[in-house]
Design a protein around this ligand. Structure first.
Ligand SMILES: Cc1ncc(COP(=O)(O)O)c(C=O)c1O
Length: 331
């Protein structure tokens, strides 16, 4: 049973977190304005269907919030459509797999050992949609996707979809060869930007849509300054219309509309100039962590390479945990 003592305890945890530099992006605490923007009244309000065509009366404000969130997401990330209603990135990835995939179709996706999240990878969410999942190749020496081999695999294996992005992103992948190969064979490219969305918004990480990726999914509580929710966006309006219709007809009835005002507030904050992170501030921290991680990997794994050595196959964040564990930041 949760008591006042437990609630007080979690407040103390939050206070302790706020006083530390926590390097796990998911421990990001939204601003007081974002936290206060959650609307219990809207939360209790059902609203099924597309904006301004909802089944319930009195839902104009909910539709207006959805519209403004979509417009802001499109402007911020250079998308031509955005879907603001899904509750988490895991659900957003499932919706994308169900909507654009067919059972038995092939998906190339990052492996767990390379930071692939359960909602992206072999053995995880894509298999709920009946997809066959094979691992994308990884360049362990450079700690990023092996783009040249990934392009070869796409041409040879002809997947219906290619899922990119990971839970551990130490530097941007080279997306151009993958986009080119996927276009040649008509595969849909998806980038899960959960860990880097705020960096993309701030202009310090390359925008996958600008590199030609078709669809971007993301959670909203890591480098992006929000509470848990999801964003899906893309380049081709036909994909947006197809996803919206799928959601309305088959995937979702009502959601927690109390989250919409805080999502809007998060987008407004992310657009403020002082959210643009000056990269040099993070370089010394990143270098110290890299050094410590390499020392720990060398000590525990002998001569195996860092980046893919000895990681727990089912915990995509274990690489990140190990990386920051030695720096005192991870909980
Ligand atoms: C790459 C990636 N995708 C999806 C998720 C899950 O997001 P959510 O918690 O919104 O379902 C995570 C969570 O860490 C992630 O790292």
């Amino acid at each position: 049973m949760i008591t006042q003592i437990h609630l007080h305890g979690s407040a103390a945890d939050l206070a302790e977190l706020s006083s530390k530099t926590v390097l796990y992006a998911g421990a990001n605490l939204p601003s007081p304005a974002i936290l206060a923007a959650y609307s219990p009244a809207l939360s209790a309000f059902p609203a099924m269907g597309p904006s301004h065509l909802k089944e319930q009366p009195g839902t104009a404000l909910i539709s207006a919030l959805e519209e403004e969130i979509s417009d802001r997401v499109c402007a911020m990330f250079g998308a031509s459509w955005a879907e603001p209603r899904l509750p988490s990135c895991t659900m957003a990835n499932l919706a994308v797999f169900q909507c654009f995939g067919t059972p038995g179709a092939l998906l190339l996706a990052p492996a767990a050992a390379h930071g692939g999240h359960l909602s992206q990878r072999r053995g995880g969410t894509p298999e709920l949609a009946g997809l066959e999942v094979r691992d994308l190749p990884f360049d362990a020496a450079n700690l990023r996707m092996d783009a040249a081999r990934a392009a070869e695999d796409i041409r040879a294996q002809k997947p219906a979809m290619v899922m990119l992005g990971r839970s551990v992103i130490l530097r941007p992948d080279d997306l151009a060869p993958v986009v080119q190969a996927a276009r040649e064979i008509g595969a849909l490219t998806i980038y899960d930007a959960s860990h880097v969305l705020g960096l993309i918004a701030g202009g310090t990480f390359p925008n996958p849509l600008a590199a030609g990726i078709d669809l971007m999914t993301s959670s909203t509580y890591k480098t992006f300054p929000g509470r848990p929710h999801a964003l899906v966006m893309g380049r081709d309006p036909k994909d947006g219309a197809r996803l919206a219709e799928f959601i309305d007809r088959r995937f979702m009835a009502n959601g927690d509309n109390g989250r919409l005002p805080q999502m809007l507030m998060s987008l407004r904050e992310a657009a403020e100039p002082d959210m643009q992170v000056p990269r040099p501030r993070f370089r010394p921290i990143a270098r110290a962590c890299q050094k410590r991680w390499r020392q720990k990997e060398a000590a525990s794994c002998g001569s195996r390479r860092p980046g893919c050595a000895g990681l727990d196959r089912h915990r995509s964040h274990s690489a990140a945990s190990r990386a920051v564990g030695g720096c005192g930041g991870h909980r």
